[in-house]
Design a protein around this ligand. Structure first.
Ligand code: KIV
Length: 265
């Protein structure tokens, strides 16, 4: 399989072909996602919630993101690897943002993603000027959980919808190669997708986006704490894993495992 490039993604938008993206955080799952032919793998700061068990993503550290990026990059032969800039990796200033974006590339990512619209265009501009591709992220931005008062759909009211459109346009103008639209009404997702020339990647932004992204643990049924409307669970790995582990426990306790077959003669 050949490696997906940023021009390939832009071509997909021009040709009306849908773009696929998923998160991954470790080697075996990154290999599976890659083998399935997914276009982009995001090492999302969502790992703070689905892997580390935190309430939100705010405590995820840059070093933790780099650790997972190295692992995922090792597994990805086809997919474009994107490192998600965690809280505090770009908020303090332009220089911090550029430095941390560079660290993601050294860890094996091809691009970085950062949350925010007009307020972060100086960061996006500075990073892209260093030839580091940037993916934007507007609408429901999980790092703004306290401002939003929880993970709520954004842009239902006209003024907020206009704000999100302006954010998406600003991100494009600043040089982003694509933008994640999260947690917005589908009509707004459609409008932004028509307006922008860069691909829009939706998560809870309806079917009209140029591509879709989901958190892998949601798709596979490995995360149960909450279940947003936009998540479709394609497998129930939690119950399969639970079943397998219970059978192992039972067989060890009964003396049925290991049998002669699993023993050295
Ligand atoms: O952190 C993450 O996984 C994300 C995606 C949900 C877009 O930002």
């Amino acid at each position: 399989m050949t490696k997906i490039t940023i021009p390939d993604l832009l071509k997909k938008k021009r040709e009306g072909k849908k773009i696929t993206m998923l998160t991954a955080y470790d080697f075996p799952f990154a290999q599976i996602v890659d083998e399935a032919g997914i276009d982009m793998i995001l090492i999302g700061d969502s790992l703070g919630v689905v892997v580390q068990g935190n309430e939100n993503t705010l405590s995820v550290a840059m070093d933790e993101m780099l650790y997972h990026t190295r692992i995922v990059a090792r597994a990805a032969e086809h997919a474009l690897v994107i490192g998600d800039m965690p809280f505090m990796s770009f908020q303090p200033g332009i220089e911090t943002a550029v430095q941390n974006a560079c660290r993601f590339l050294q860890a094996g990512a091809t691009a970085v993603k950062l949350e925010g619209g007009e307020a972060v265009t100086d960061r996006i501009r500075a990073i892209t000027r260093m030839d580091i591709p940037v993916m934007g992220h507007v609408g429901l931005t999980p790092q703004s959980v306290h401002r939003m008062g929880g993970y709520k759909v954004q842009g239902r009211e006209q003024t907020m919808a206009e704000r999100i459109i302006a954010d998406a346009k600003a991100v494009e103008e600043a040089g982003a190669f694509a933008v994640v639209l999260e947690g917005i009404p589908l009509e707004l997702g459609r409008k932004i997708t028509k307006t922008l020339s860069i691909p829009t990647i939706g998560i809870g932004a309806g079917p009209h986006c140029d591509g879709q992204v989901l958190v892998l643990h949601d798709l596979l049924g490995l995360f149960e704490r909450f279940h947003p409307t936009f998540v479709k669970t394609y497998a129930n790995l939690k119950s399969q894993a639970l079943d397998a582990i219970k059978r192992y426990k039972e067989e060890v306790e009964l003396g049925a495992f290991p049998s002669e077959e699993e023993s050295y003669k």
